[in-house]
Design a protein around this ligand. Structure first.
Ligand SMILES: [Zn+2]
Length: 415
């Protein structure tokens, strides 16, 4: 963290929470924003970084990823059935050498940083990797992914999660741990309830993959289909389980999980589902690249969620179901898949929406907030600011800063 005052001169700064500034300066004190103003002071007692040819935005938030699966890049074939894809991921993940897993995690972190990600929401299931995550230049919400469809496992699984939460309380640091029961087809009602109870006790966020695949809805409504076969074949089906006969969202409402849930995917929703999500202050994370990779015909009705006041963020998901973790690619895919959203709204999803979806209370470029920001150099001052990140030849941001420190610079330094 910088120990003296720093200022960044900019062409334009958009806070994404209501304010724009032109030809001004942003002053940072010990990693936090002290002041933003249009116009430049004659004298300044600190370090000046001249980025007066840049647009500054809050850093991007990759609100859903499985960074520890990055070593599976190009190893998982597309499959007709979702359960066959899961089978491939489980098999390949089991034999992935540890060194490859760690190297891929750091390599793909670079892609994310260069494409403007400053905050990461990640599902992970290897506590041994925490030491690697601690070295990454992101603000992070790390969801402890938990699987267990047999109710007898609920107590032991919950105890494991609790001991990790106690070991790494994380409050005040850049990393917050949180809880992720994996999905309605892979977690027993008992485990869902126990993890929710634990999350309330420890005051941490809960996230879950919800309504990702049509077969999930079929399994919950009638207890049949590909998931039944999959769980039985793996010997992990629970014959005591009674299909709830409702949609994934209504099932989670019945279990008491929906309140402030970070729900990933939400591809198959009806009006009642949306109003339940809104009523419970749940949020959604839309994963454009992953949704397209699977060739899904239906995906999150983002406009409908936003109209109900539901926070929505964007996520890359993992490289087991996406070609890249570049967030600049992801916002272009989002634009392509969400034609009823303006580019400025896509950028809101990529920044403020993502933080809200992760339950991060401090967000936006405002005084006293952490200086997590990205810069885009541009020459043509006639261009609308929201078009700049979408420019076709742009594969990187020009600089990126977390807590007032540069984590990436791809820019010829002026002066
Ligand atoms: Zn996922």
């Amino acid at each position: 963290m910088a120990d003296s005052l720093t200022r960044i001169l900019f062409q334009k700064l958009v806070t994404m929470s209501g304010d724009d500034y032109d030809e001004g300066e942003l002053i940072i004190d010990r990693g936090r924003i002290l002041e933003i103003r249009s116009g430049i002071s004659d004298s300044f007692d600190g370090v000046t970084h001249d980025r007066s040819d840049c647009l500054i935005l809050p850093g991007f938030v990759n609100a859903h990823c499985h960074l520890s699966l990055s070593g599976l890049k190009d190893k998982i074939p597309r499959q007709d059935r979702f359960v066959d894809w899961i089978e491939s991921v489980v098999t390949e993940n089991r034999v992935l050498p540890w060194q490859d897993r760690v190297e891929a995690l750091h390599r793909e972190t670079r892609t994310m940083v260069e494409s403007g990600v400053t905050t990461l929401g990640d599902y992970f299931s290897h506590p041994e990797l925490l030491v690697e995550y601690q070295s990454l230049p992101f603000r992070q919400v790390l969801f402890l992914e938990t699987i267990g469809f047999q109710s007898a496992l609920a107590e032991e699984k919950t105890r494991q999660v609790e001991s990790l939460l106690e070991k790494y309380p994380g409050s005040g640091s850049r990393i917050q741990l949180a809880v992720a029961p994996h999905a309605p087809y892979s977690v027993s009602p008992e485990l869902f309830k126990a993890l929710k109870k634990l999350a309330v006790k420890m005051n941490v966020r809960v996230s879950c993959h919800v309504a990702e695949d049509e077969e999930e809805s079929r399994f919950l409504s009638r207890g049949e289909g590909e998931f039944l076969g999959f769980l039985e074949k793996r010997g992990v089906y629970d014959h005591q389980w009674v299909p709830p006969g409702v949609s994934p969202v209504r099932y989670l409402e019945q279990l008491g999980i929906l309140d402030h849930l970070t729900a990933i995917h939400l591809n198959y929703l009806d009006e009642l589902d949306i109003s339940l999500l809104a009523g419970r202050n749940a949020s959604g994370v839309f994963c454009p690249g992953s949704t397209r990779w699977f060739g899904r015909k239906s995906w999150m009705p983002v406009r409908g969620l936003l109209d109900q006041g539901i926070a929505v963020g964007l996520g890359t998901d993992s490289l087991a179901s996406n070609e890249s973790l570049s967030f600049l690619r992801e916002i272009r895919l989002a634009e392509d898949m969400l034609p009823d959203l303006h580019r400025s709204e896509i950028l809101w999803l990529a920044t403020i929406g993502g933080k809200q979806a992760l339950g991060i209370e401090k967000f936006g470029l405002e005084p006293d907030q952490p200086a997590d920001l990205i810069g885009f150099r541009y020459q043509n001052c006639e261009v609308d600011w929201w078009d700049i990140p979408f420019e076709a030849d742009r594969s990187k941001v020009d600089f990126s800063m977390v807590a007032g420190e540069f984590v990436f610079q791809d820019i010829e330094i002026k002066g």
